[in-house]
Ligand binder design. Structure first.
Ligand code: IMP
Length: 446
């Protein structure tokens, strides 16, 4: 195996919702496999093609390409009910999924009804201090994975008798815990949950298997894989704004563990960034604009959660946080999305440094007194660089050279501040509104 296989890894460098689905969809036609390695149905990946909109949560974003095998890796919190709903909805629209084009890791962990319940109970108990989760049971599912004795893996779904026994026993234990800790009055109905999941197992069995072996075989055979990240680097459980994070490893560092492949397998790492910043849920957000400007971005960018419908918090582009995330994942190229959204603003600001009590932190000129850490993000003051805005509608541009000079200058400043080249620019929702340049020009291998 060469040192860096000819694969792609597409991850978010902000707080999620960077437009990864569109970038994955655009690159998927050059790949044999599209594999998810983290997160679960908390993700919301939107693809628009021929005027049709697809909102995917659990199913990888390669599904709209014939000949692509979509893989749900072992690192995913797999909700079988949601997966079946998505499979059925795609079938109604003409995209049929089966063992030829969808494979689910038997080692992925199942989101059970009690995980959804616990997510909600725990958030209500936290009240004002809540994390603002998507209520998809993600944290409780991964915590059972770590506890082990109370976990159900997707491979367990295919052995009906063993599954029934396991589900009944865990449901009984959880009922006691929820009654004692949260005052839950109704015990869980272990028998009904067991039958529901036995049925999911029957339905999904042909697709469940050893996806790690499948992907390692692809690496050995030189078949190209695209690893599709969920959420964004600042939501990473280890490297994000803890505790206001999700519960899995969402950077490129999570690919080997979450997909069962060697450390070189991620290949070329593409970090997706929005032309501004958004965040949904609680937690620090230094460049947030809780004002008219934030509302302008929210309206024009339709910044409402794909999974929860919640309004997203919006603000200026934060190059300090993005540079940290790009360094962490060894990002090769940036994909800049939603560049059409800020059109009409008089000026554009890029955060290029933080200050805490007069000390400079993470200054991009490298003259910082202190290194950047997500742990101090709730206390920083931002230092901005201000650039002119543009008012033209750029949706019809097909080359970077067609963009207004102010938009090109904005791209150059982002490249300089983050220290990585922009290889993709997205200027609208449709597949055709994507400009490739650099090594990612359509059809070109890496
Ligand atoms: P959880 O992943 O549902 O536990 O939510 C934890 C935090 O991550 C919350 O702030 C969510 O809003 C955020 N989050 C989870 N998934 C996504 C996503 O796909 N996009 C944006 N934010 C997300």
């Amino acid at each position: 195996m060469s040192n860096k296989p000819d694969n792609y890894t597409v991850i978010g460098l902000q707080w999620g919702d960077e437009g990864k689905g569109k970038v994955v969809d655009a690159l998927a036609e050059r790949c044999r496999y599209v594999a998810r390695f983290c997160g679960g149905a908390n993700a919301g990946h939107t693809i628009v093609t021929n005027g049709q909109k697809y909102a995917l949560h659990l199913i990888p974003s390669g599904v709209l390409h014939a000949g692509t095998v979509n893989v749900i890796g072992n690192g995913v919190a797999f909700n079988p009910r949601r997966a079946i709903e998505e499979i059925d909805a795609l079938a109604e629209r003409g995209t049929k999924l089966g063992p030829d084009n969808l494979r689910i890791s038997s080692a992925s962990h199942c989101v059970m009804p009690w995980h959804m319940l616990q997510d909600t109970l725990s958030e209500s108990r936290l009240g004002e201090g809540k994390i603002g989760t998507t209520a998809q049971g993600i944290g409780p599912c991964y915590s059972d994975k770590a506890i082990r004795s109370t976990a159900v893996r997707t491979g367990d779904l295919v052995d009906a008798d063993a599954l029934r026994a396991k589900v009944r026993s865990i449901a009984a234990e959880k009922s006691k815990v929820y009654a004692a800790v949260y005052g839950a009055e109704e015990p869980l109905d272990g028998d009904a949950i067991a039958e529901e999941y036995v049925e999911y197992g029957r339905r999904l069995a042909p697709m469940i298997g050893n996806t790690g072996a499948l992907l390692r075989g692809a690496v050995a055979a030189g078949e190209r894989i695209l690893f599709e990240g969920g959420q964004g680097s600042m939501l990473d459980v280890d490297h994000g704004t803890f505790p206001f994070v999700t519960s899995s490893s969402v950077t490129a560092c999570g690919v080997p563990t979450g997909a069962g492949v060697p450390p070189q397998a991620p290949g070329r790492v593409i970090g997706v960034i929005k032309a501004y910043t958004s965040r949904v849920g609680a937690g620090p957000f230094p460049t947030e604009q809780d004002n008219e400007m934030g509302q302008y971005l929210r309206d024009r960018g339709n910044e409402y959660g794909t999974t929860t419908g919640r309004p997203r918090r919006c603000g200026w582009f934060d190059a300090v946080a993005v540079r940290y995330a790009a360094e962490l994942s060894g990002v090769d190229e940036l994909a800049l999305s939603l560049l059409d959204v800020p059109a009409g603003l008089d000026e554009m600001k890029i955060c290029v440094g933080y200050r805490i009590d007069g000390r400079s932190v993470g200054d991009l000129s490298d003259g910082a007194d202190e290194a950047f850490s997500p742990d101090t993000m709730d206390r920083v003051e931002c230092e901005y660089e201000t650039l002119p805005g543009w008012s033209e509608d750029i949706g019809q541009c097909r080359r970077v050279e067609d963009l207004p000079e102010a938009a090109r200058a904005y791209i150059r400043h982002i490249e300089q501040a983050v220290g990585r080249p922009v290889g993709v620019v997205s200027i609208g929702k449709d597949r055709r509104q994507t400009i490739f340049r650099g090594s990612l020009v359509a059809g070109e291998a890496t």
